[in-house]
Design a protein around this ligand. Structure first.
Ligand code: ADP
Ligand code: MG
Length: 274
């Protein structure tokens, strides 16, 4: 493990479904530097989740390679590989109900991952648990609560703490704030930026929402129909988009003076262009 390699690098990833009839991801390549943050944006169906799932090992690519610190982690379900993967990359979903056990308190959910991956015991264990709760801004009351006793934002904080408990080098967040109110979104985005700064964990932040990506991602790739159509530093891509699809995505963000009819027409025009 040296810092001369990007924390992850994906090369020419491809994934089809339905016996090749649906191409979900088509020749996608990018890399994330150690401690870096990459946004993956695109509208629904553009292949973002499939890309994220391949990176964390939940889907097998049809073609292409995924390197972590310059090497591939073998696929397959052996205990050793699963453990190695977990300590490298963790996924946070849109809906933490999917990843949290409804009968398990927030603190117990974090303990479970710490026991599996940290090797810590007694006081060091307790210290690390307190540190994780602090990092995601949860107090002792929340730690004792069940998922349904927490707000959506608090549940997402638990999911993030649980992911961090494995001490991964990379967090992949798939629409992780999409279900939250705008003010809570902002809190979670700030939290993620702080966590990246304080721990050096790299982020891949998947979102349909360009404005969300603006706050967390140094670099961005824009996906359309499974392929990357534009990439670059987030500030540049958002202020001077070059690809018509990126412009379309930007104009689709509701704002003052926004005209939904005009956006729909622009979208139809774009899709009609060969
Ligand atoms: P996004 O996350 O950008 O909305 P997805 O990666 O979920 O996009 O989907 C990309 C494309 O692949 C879509 O056309 C979707 O219908 C298709 N797809 C995704 N998962 C499957 C699956 N398990 N079986 C068949 N088609 C799928
Ligand atoms: Mg998705």
């Amino acid at each position: 493990m040296t810092d001369t390699h990007p924390v992850t690098r994906v090369e020419a990833l491809r994934k089809t479904y339905d016996h090749g009839r649906v191409t979900a991801v088509d020749d996608v390549s990018f890399e994330v530097p150690v401690g870096g943050s990459l946004g993956i944006v695109g509208e629904s169906g553009s292949g973002k989740t499939t890309t994220a799932r391949m990176i964390v090992g939940l889907e097998e690519p049809d073609a292409g390679r995924i390197l972590f610190d310059g090497r591939e982690i073998g696929t397959g379900g052996s205990r050793r590989l699963r453990r190695e993967r977990a300590r490298t990359v963790q996924l946070v979903f849109q809906d933490p109900y999917q990843s949290l056990d409804p009968r398990q308190s927030a603190g117990d959910a974090i303990d479970e991952i710490l026991r599996l991956h940290s090797g810590l015991e007694t006081s060091a264990f307790d210290k690390r648990r307190a540190e994780l709760l602090g990092q995601v801004g949860l107090g002792t009351r929340e730690a004792a609560a069940l998922p349904r006793e927490l707000s959506g934002g608090q549940r997402q904080r638990v999911a993030i703490a649980r992911a961090l408990a494995a001490d991964p080098r990379l967090l992949v967040l798939d629409e992780a704030v999409a279900a939250l109110d705008v003010s809570i979104q902002a809190q979670i985005l700030n939290l993620l930026s702080e966590i990246r700064r304080d721990t050096g964990v790299a982020l891949i932040f998947v979102s349909h929402d360009l404005e969300v990506v603006r706050w967390v991602a140094d670099d961005v790739v824009v996906m359309f129909r499974g392929a990357v159509v534009e990439r670059g530093p987030t500030a540049d891509v958002l202020s001077r988009p070059e690809h018509p699809y990126t412009r379309l995505l930007l104009s689709s963000v509701p704002r003052l003076g926004w005209d939904p009819a005009q956006v729909s027409q622009a979208r139809r025009d774009f899709l009609a262009t060969p």
